[in-house]
Design a protein around this ligand. Sequence first.
Ligand code: WTA
Length: 652
Amino acid sequence: MTDETLSNLLHEERRFPPEKAFADAALARPELYQAAQQDRLAFWDEQARALTWETPWTQTLDWSNAPFARWFVGGTLNVAYNCVDRHVEAGNGERVAIYFEGEPGDTREITYAELQREVSKAANALLGLGVEAGDRVAIYLPMIPEAVISMLACARIGAAHSVVFGGFSAEALRSRIDDADAKLVITSDGGYRRGSPSALKPAVDAAVVNTPSVQKVLVVQRTKQDVAWNDEKDVWWHDVVDSASDVHAPQAFDAENPLFILYTSGTTGKPKGILHTSGGYLTQTSYTHRNVFDLRPEKDIYWCTADIGWVTGHSYIVYGPLANGATQVIYEGTPDTPHKGRFWEIVQKYKVTQLYTAPTAIRTFMKWGDDIPASFDLSSLRVLGSVGEPINPEAWVWYRKHIGGDRTPIVDTWWQTETGAIMISPLPGVTTAKPGSAQVPLPGIGVDVVDNDANPVPNGSGGFLVLTEPWPSMLRGIWGDPERYKDTYWSRFDGIYFAGDGAKKDEDGDIWLLGRVDDVMNVSGHRLSTTEIESALVSHPKVAEAAVVGASDETTGQAVCAFVILRGDAGYDESQAEAVITELRNHVAKEIGPIAKPRQVMVVAELPKTRSGKIMRRLLQDVAENRTVGDVTTLADSTVMDLIKKGLGSSS
Ligand code: WTA
């Protein structure tokens, strides 16, 4: 990469050292880095000992068949026992595990003792339906406690779950059920979304027509909406789970017993079934959850706003927090139902101490205005987390100021479905934070940024993010496709894991994530990151959100095309379009350099996002290149592209 990649990000000079009181009391100590450096495997042994094992392991890591890892070889444990029963046995059965907040305002409080009974009942019911250790169970549920209970019930009996996000279509569900050969599907009549019941079962009905592996469909009643019923396959949760015995003796399984498969999209069409196993995964999710969020299970109220259908929901709603005996909030609905202050109302109501959410949500809140969070009491918050995409410095600073009361540490956590747990993140109370940078690998994790030939780049330069050492929660493969696993992650550079992300090291060696390498543009032979330019745009007071794509250009190879949503208070009307566009182009030129000046800036009302909140730049690229817009089926709102095209048509 050239010097031109050194962006406005590197000019970000604000620093947020830990407050002394926080640092003095922090769970994470600087010595963790030294311990891990001295003996990485001994360090992981130590973290694994925080779990309860039935049989101790005899070898920490077996990497002899790389890139297929085995961690804690010979060890056996039960994941559900670790997440539930052991807290009850330790005398914490009356501690609340889950404060459930339904979108319509209904609530449930589930203690660890109750969770133990619920998970046991569900485990007994699954066994009664013929599910055995080694089978796969597909879960297609809204964000309700039964989703957590179902996952833990699978883990308890040694079956792997494959959770499919409730927003996916029947066809997406079908292909995932089929690929995993699932024996059972757990679903519900529906869930509440944006103020009304939204059906789930019809998609399952349509999917299972063509999935011969599925023997039964277990249906939770959530909304009481009408459902079609197949007497041979369908069973109600309240019939078979409620009547099952609430006692179930958990059996220990091998540390490498599959825990779950989670599908994620790759560069090609077919989603990859990312396989995670038990001992290493639980070790790293619980260790990172404690240290990155400074978790005090006796007094904290933790809230992760992710959906259980994504890896963040798996690792930081279900496995990490529950293994740590945390008390957490689970919210079913959307942030603007019934009003745009819903998140802050929940923080205030439960006195949430840790909030873990995504940059796209943060930018949305910025767009909605500072006065909304300002009208709630957010003083309980101690640590704020960000995940899923690079967080631009302006959003970071806004998050800290308007949500964190200019007080809380922010942890910008980089990881992937494939890594299973957080890999790069500041440690609260230890790291002096830099807005926009995920900064440093966690203790025990090996990260580098390399050039095309796998040479580590010097500080101040960019390249490809790689993971240089195997880690406990690493994916164990792609379900049913070992070759694709090797090709995708281990063939780009010999013997090191290729993450698919661009990154750079600043002068201190801290890491700045620059987005997927497929989103890096090449303009006149200079590499530019979409994220970088977006960050520059969002740093302009008139811009709420921005997405940048590289559109092919005869002269420069690619040209920078920006789509922006202006802030509501920007006082913008159509007559000023030209002036605002010029202002923004000049702003980018000023922030990064003339090379980054967008060829086009298009003012739009919405951006196309997937259901997990990622901007689909591919579709914007189609618009920028005047092509027919491609497949919009994975968009959260498939009409957004029509709106964008119509808006641009009418203004030009
Ligand atoms: C991106 C989500 C910058 C990155 C946990 C990665 C991030 C992909 C960050 C994985 C972050 C995630 N800063 N980029 N803090 N966190 N990403 O599998 O491109 O849904 O490769 O896992 O999200 O997305 P996934």
